[in-house]
Design a protein around this ligand. Structure first.
Ligand SMILES: *Cc1c(COP(=O)(O)O)cnc(C)c1O
Length: 964
């Protein structure tokens, strides 16, 4: 029996399912799925389960409240790239908690994504202005992985033949660990250097250097000499810079840095125990082609009006595979939107005021500490002090904790303290007390007689060389001054989200993306301060609630996948892939099999697979697929035989990216194991299997899952995500570890593989979503969801197959959770393309299905379990009507170059402005079915020119006049 929540989550009720089953000729949903999933892989019913009976929404919230109460609400002053911040309420309510923003998909269909594309171009402008560099991407996964990406950009672009990369000894500890792990896999040698301490030390043959600015100890120094030395030898310099500090300090671009990276967390994005936050990466002119991830640019639409779209997208990893610049797919759009809106709301003067106050607080604290006889490792700082406390660091940490503050224990003789915009005068006094300062003597009295440490008169940046103080302007574009009242901000956010199509408008049937419901109850805890204001390096006793939640989720995920150990650290599917492949690499090396570096990948695989394999130091060998979209067994055996001694792994997606349950999967995994290879099962399509089969039982050794697909985390318009990696016991020792993890005794065994994300638990702040999903669905609800998803996909395939051929089917002529519609015959017969159909769907009020992946000229439709029959029928009717329109073109009723398909989508302006000269009516253009009259979604722009050269794209806010 399906629980109360599951009945809300699953869109089709029993009567709707009856209609669909009758059409397909099955008695029950279960019998349909059991026919589709090969019997050889179906999991036997389990007698016991660690997943409790489904909770109601109220019960789940109550349990989350208990978990929340087990986190101690302390005030984090640990710093190291993470700071408490005030999320402006207008942004919290209208972005973070607004489904118009958080349920959108990645803006691959630009006509229905203009709102978030504008927010992202604001983000890029904010980053390029503050860093002083030419071009920024639209977000990275976090600061430390952005440093790795920066290192890889430097290696590609450097003229030096060296494989040495210099690393600032004053870099964040998590970044150093991540660099070490990732550099080893791709043959880069790291040299740690105390930059700026003893003159330039650039080694003669490094291809690049990494500088932390300000340093982890808070030190602000001038990297110009390092930059010049590197440039003299053909190397590039990557600078990780704090954006708030850059409102007062010279920009990396001004001292010649080639690449700037960092996090935008402290721009109003909650700590969330480590994430999600948007990282950034910006480059100087000449390096824009090397940018990893996505970039937004200004193109034009069919009416020659400016319109935003993703730039460089044809060169993204989906297409370039092993030649991609990066494996990043899902990034951090929602958080980038939040950070950019923080800058829009505060403007340049507001940000400068916040930073100035932060600098004053740090200076005020430094002054009293020095007055008390303590010394700092550097007197040139912005917000962070490294204080010498020979032999009594523990004592200071404990005293601070007594008052509710978390400081950073650097070693027995030094403590780090970071202030932020939330720090008060009272906080500073409490911290000073923790360092042993006597009450009264150093600390002034507040109005009510409380101890405070006033900072209004402190001199900001008192110890920073004047040459490092920023003189140039930033955020001068009008967008950063136009929305400064709350009314204006609220309306700007509404205006932008109204331009976009998200799940709050209708179905987003994107194959391979699983755009299911993100329930409000699942989202609730994300905003609770006990989860949102937690520092990733907080002591274990302050985060017991989080650790309990994480452990439960790991146990549940292990059970449903058939694996022994799970790490939630990867913060996207791509990072889960990398973590899994790194585990395979670690395993082979530990067995003395360092030569096993070949990774077999079927031609149909998701582009991230090949890109991740390269980053794990593997060589990609492509395995052919047969005309049914299955792995070609003969080719697989041939490739296994040819590479037997060097075979590291096979990466296989199950069910395949073709949306079918491959029959021979057990033979495939066996063949790889027989040759000594490991099997990586890409688990992004778990929504087709959950409750029916388990990757571990298919012969998988390791998999990643996408919690932002199968486990209800919203896509956020292109991130955040969580890509847990799950493995059999023999690989567990090589799963992600973290130098600052709170968990020394991991329940899944000791993970020792090196970090894959900046934070020990990745994007922990959104894990309550997936926890609540599993908790409220229970085992049966999860299985029922799978069944409903498979039923919906098969129903659509069945209803549309007379109009569009269904490219691949498996047993029983059935598909899995998605189906590929072949539009190539339509194109041959009528000239109508996949693009035309996708854009015409906008006129009908739909987001297009996945276009031309994995097969060019096709649409891949995945309705998920959350759509009800009414919405599914509406989609089917739209697709049938569009087919009829295409037939009318073929029949010569409409010319091939003037019909509602080639001109789609139609804006309101396009049907009212000027004389109507088309052979179809205005009604046909915008109201092709009558129900649209009252429910119409109006795209703000016409079809956007994808051919308009990337070289002409402007990747920062265009002048306002451009839109006049
Ligand atoms: C979505 C997807 C990925 C990548 O996941 P991200 O979170 O976007 O990095 C990998 N493989 C498959 C099959 C996918 O569908």
């Amino acid at each position: 029996m399906t629980g109360a929540f599951a009945a809300r989550h699953i869109g089709t009720d029993a009567s709707a399912q009856r209609v669909m089953l009758d059409a397909l000729g099955y008695d029950t949903v279960d019998s349909l799925v059991r026919r589709a999933v090969p019997a050889s892989i179906q999991a036997p019913a389990r007698e016991t389960s660690d997943i409790p009976i489904a909770a109601t929404e109220a019960e789940a919230l109550a349990e989350l409240r208990v978990l929340a109460s087990q986190n101690r609400a302390a005030r984090p002053m640990i710093g190291l790239g993470y700071y408490d911040t005030f999320t402006p309420s207008v942004i919290a309510r209208n972005v973070l908690e607004n489904p118009s923003w958080y349920t959108a998909y990645t803006p691959y269909q630009p006509e229905i994504s203009q709102g978030r594309l504008e927010a992202l171009i604001n983000f890029q402008t904010m980053v390029t202005d503050l860093t002083g560099l030419a071009t920024s991407g639209a977000s990275m996964l976090d600061e430390s992985t952005a440093v790795v990406e920066g290192m890889l950009v430097a290696r590609r672009a450097s003229k030096s033949a060296s494989n040495v990369f210099l690393v600032d000894a004053d870099a964040l500890p998590q970044t150093k660990a991540l660099l070490a792990h990732r550099a080893a896999a791709v043959g880069i040698e790291l040299h740690h250097t105390s930059f700026g301490r003893s003159g330039p030390e650039a080694e003669p043959d490094a291809f690049g250097a990494f500088v932390q600015y300000p340093g982890a100890t808070g030190r602000v120094w001038d990297p110009t000499e390092v930059v010049d030395a590197l440039h003299a030898q053909g190397g590039l310099v990557v600078v990780a810079a704090d954006l708030l500090a850059l409102t007062l300090l010279r920009s990396p671009g001004s001292f010649g840095a080639d690449i700037a990276v960092g996090t935008t967390q402290r721009f109003g994005v909650p700590l969330g125990f480590g994430g999600p936050h948007a990282g950034y990466l910006a480059v100087r002119a000449g390096l824009e082609r090397q940018l990893p991830g996505r970039v937004v640019g200004v193109s034009q639409d069919a009416a020659s009006r400016p319109a935003y779209r993703l730039a460089l997208q044809t060169r993204e990893q989906h297409i370039r595979r092993e030649k991609a610049t990066s494996n990043i797919c899902t990034s951090q759009v929602l958080l980038a939107v939040m950070a950019s809106m923080y800058a829009v709301y505060h403007g340049a003067d507001g940000l400068r005021a916040i930073a100035t106050e932060v600098a004053k607080k740090a200076e005020a604290l430094a002054t009293v500490l020095r007055g008390y006889g303590l010394t700092l490792s550097s007197d040139s700082f912005f917000d962070t002090l490294r204080v010498h406390v020979p032999g009594y660091a523990r004592r200071v940490i404990e005293r601070a904790r007594e008052r509710g503050f978390q400081l950073f224990w650097a070693d027995e003789a030094s403590i780090g303290v970071s202030v932020d915009e939330t720090t008060t005068a009272d906080d500073l006094a409490a911290v000073a007390w923790a360092f042993g300062l006597p009450e009264g003597e150093f600390l002034g009295a507040g109005e009510q007689g409380e101890r405070t440490l006033p900072f209004a008169d402190a001199e900001p940046l008192a110890g920073v060389p004047s040459s490092l103080v920023r003189a140039d302007e930033y955020l001068t574009h009008p967008v950063f001054s136009a929305h400064r009242s709350e009314t204006a901000m609220m309306r700007y956010l509404k205006q932008l989200s109204d331009r976009d199509y998200a799940l709050d408008r209708g179905m987003i049937p994107l194959g391979s993306c699983t755009m299911k419901l993100n329930a409000a109850t699942e989202m609730a805890a994300v905003s609770w301060p006990e989860f949102s204001r937690v520092h990733p390096f907080a002591p274990v006793s302050d985060v017991r609630g989080y650790l309990a939640l994480i452990e439960q989720l790991e146990v549940w995920l292990a059970e449903v996948t058939g694996y022994d150990a799970v790490s939630l650290q990867p913060n996207a599917g791509s990072q889960g892939e990398l973590a899994g492949l790194m585990a395979i690499r670690g395993y082979h090396r530990a067995n003395g099999d360092a030569d096993r570096t070949v990774c077999l990948i079927p031609s149909s695989a998701h582009g991230t697979n090949a890109a991740s394999a390269v980053l794990a130091g593997m060589r990609v060998v492509v395995v052919a697929c047969d005309d049914q979209g299955n792995v070609d067994l003969d080719d697989l055996r041939a490739k296994v035989a040819a590479h037997a001694d060097e075979l590291a792994a096979l990466m296989i997606t199950y069910p395949s990216t073709h949306g079918v349950y491959e029959h021979d999967v057990l033979e495939i995994t066996q063949a790889v194991h027989d040759a000594g290879g490991q099997v990586y099962v890409d688990g992004a399509n778990l929504n087709a299997l959950l409750g029916y089969a388990r990757f571990g039982d298919l012969g998988g050794d390791v998999s990643h899952l996408n919690l932002h697909k199968t486990f209800a985390i919203p896509h956020g318009g292109g991130g955040p995500g969580v890509g847990p990696v799950a493995a059999k016991a023999h690989l567990a020792p090589y799963l992600p570890s973290h130098p600052l993890s709170q968990r020394k005794d991991h329940p899944g065994g000791v993970f020792d593989g090196g970090p894959i994300s900046a934070a020990p638990h990745g994007s922990a702040g959104i894990l309550p979503i997936s926890w609540a999903y599993v908790r409220m669905m229970g085992t049966e609800g999860l299985r029922d969801a799978t069944a409903a998803a498979v039923l919906a996909a098969n129903y659509i395939a069945f209803r549309l197959r007379d109009h569009y051929p269904v490219l691949y089917t498996g047993d029983g002529d059935l598909v899995a959770h998605e189906c590929i519609l072949d539009l190539r015959p339509l194109r041959e017969a009528t000239g109508v393309t996949v693009d035309d159909v996708a854009k015409r769907l906008i006129d009908y009020g739909f987001h297009a299905p996945t276009m031309s992946f994995p097969v060019a000229g096709t649409l891949m439709v995945e309705p998920t379990e959350s759509e009800d029959l009414g919405e599914i029928e509406r989609f089917i009717e739209a697709m049938i009507a569009i087919k009829a329109e295409a037939d009318a073109v073929a029949a010569g009723e409409w010319p091939a170059d003037d019909n509602p398909l080639v001109h789609a989508p139609h804006t309101a302006e396009s049907v009212v402005a000027g004389e109507w000269k088309h052979p179809y009516s205005r009604e046909t253009a915008v109201y092709p079915v009558p129900t649209l009259v009252r429910t119409k979604y109006w795209p703000p722009v016409r079809r956007i020119d994808q051919a308009y050269g990337d070289r002409n794209l402007v990747c920062a806010c265009p002048p306002i006049e451009a839109f006049a």
